[in-house]
Ligand binder design. Structure first.
Ligand SMILES: [Zn+2]
Length: 433
């Protein structure tokens, strides 16, 4: 499906009253994305954070630490002020004109219609690997899930975990060996943050590989005798659709939360260690935690789904982008280790080694708070502490700090990311006890 962001934007503005904050910079024409390097100075890091707050600049990464880098989105009208106030830092321009780059990416989104090959399995042809050559529309993702189920009717079915705030079913695929729903669950969430498109494709690659390699990979065959797999490629469907119709850089869900702003950060809304410095109380913030814990329909549906599974699920993964990090609890505190810290660190080390062996991509591994930053109300801490899923992880996928593509990861990297991430996940599933 080809998107014309300009045409859709014009239409949306014509028929809908959109709050001012929402209307601004929708096309991102003239917007720059700038990587700012922080020297070995906590004061310098704090000054940068203050400047970004004062100019109200959206962030692509938010690791305000000595020797860290912060990726800042600077709209055209704020470039002069930002340049004047940021002389002390070394800067690299990631995007000279974000709007132009977004339009180029939209032109590369695949046409509608599934590419299929004839297959001997099941009753229908399975979508082939070319699905992973491009990004896709939300409607095509739903079609793809249904085609996978049609191709593997004895090993897969569609599942839902409640509905989004705009009423879209949160749709996933349940993959199993036999007697579906009788084994400990393995749960994967993708696209909780709407603009992190690589996570949709990576979650689907996990589903695709489980189904297409179960006959040739004895480890996969064995995993399907032990676990039920529940994969949800898009847990924030409203936000994801919005990134394809209105604003490619949207992150949160699409609830109306104030007179001027939309969206709760679903990954700050889970009902566990909800309040704290790792989330925001401001409705306009990109990390707004919501008016109360567990207030979003998305969290309610997803939490109810995993808490209702019996036996208790065994594994949880929440895919994000970007930064190349493999992480586990805790997010909410840096001053305590999770009870299973030693085992989770060891497994994460093994996972990133397996990942690196595929094509040399390097990840760092550690607890969320110490590896990236403090996070309150996140899905991983909830899954670990409330649902009781011992093997709870999150990963920030490609790119890493050596790349300037950020959220606009080229489609040519979808398959390489899928392959290396599969190696890491397969390692974890095969080594957890
Ligand atoms: Zn994210």
């Amino acid at each position: 499906m080809k998107f014309s962001l300009t045409a859709l934007l014009t239409l949306a503005l014509a028929v809908t009253a959109i709050p001012t904050q929402d209307r601004a910079n929708k096309t991102h024409d003239g917007t720059k994305v700038i990587r700012v390097a922080i020297p070995d100075s906590a004061e310098s890091a704090a000054r940068l954070q203050t400047l970004v707050g004062k100019l109200d600049l959206p962030l692509w990464s938010r690791n305000f630490l000595p020797n860290g880098v912060v990726d800042v989105q600077v709209p055209k009208e704020k470039i002069e002020a930002f340049e004047a106030a940021s002389i002390e830092w070394k800067k690299d321009v990631m995007f000279e004109d974000l709007g132009k780059s977004i339009r180029e990416e939209a032109d590369g989104i695949a046409d509608e219609g599934m590419i299929t090959i004839s297959a001997d399995v099941g009753t229908a042809a399975a979508p082939d690997v070319t699905w992973f050559n491009s990004y896709h529309s939300y409607a095509d993702h739903l079609t793809w899930l249904n085609q996978m189920v049609a191709a593997y009717p004895n090993n897969a079915k569609i599942v839902t975990a409640g509905s989004s705030s705009q009423g879209r079913a949160i749709t996933g695929i349940h993959i199993y060996g036999s007697n579906p729903g009788t084994k400990p669950g393995v749960i994967i969430h993708g696209t909780v943050h709407a603009r992190e498109w690589i996570t949709t494709m990576t979650t689907e690659y996990m589903a695709w590989n489980l189904l297409t390699t179960k006959g040739s990979d004895s480890i996969v065959a064995s995993l399907l005798t032990k676990y039920d797999f529940y994969l949800f490629p898009v847990v924030n469907p409203d936000g994801f659709v919005y990134t394809q119709t209105n604003d490619r850089m949207w992150r949160k869900n699409r609830q109306s939360v104030s007179s001027s702003c939309y969206g709760v950060d679903i990954n700050r809304n889970w009902a566990n260690k909800w309040s704290g410095s790792g989330s925001s109380t401001s409705p306009c913030s990109e990390t707004y935690r919501g008016p109360s814990q567990g207030s979003t329909p998305e969290v309610q549906g997803l939490a109810a789904f995993q808490n209702a599974l019996s036996p208790k699920p065994k594994f949880y993964m929440d895919f994000h982008a970007y930064g190349q990090m493999w992480m586990f609890p805790y997010g909410y505190t840096c001053s305590a280790n999770a009870p299973d810290h030693t085992e989770l660190q060891s497994l994460s080390n093994g996972a990133v080694a397996a990942l690196k062996a595929v094509s040399g991509t390097t990840y760092t591994a550690g607890p969320i708070c110490k590896t990236i930053y403090a996070v309150n109300g996140d899905s991983v801490d909830y899954s670990y502490e409330v649902t009781g899923i011992k093997y709870s992880f999150t990963a920030e996928l490609r790119p890493g700090s050596g790349s300037s593509t950020g959220f606009l990861l080229p489609a040519a990297q979808i398959l390489p990311v899928g392959k290396e991430t599969w190696a890491a996940m397969r390692y974890l599933w095969n080594n957890m006890v």
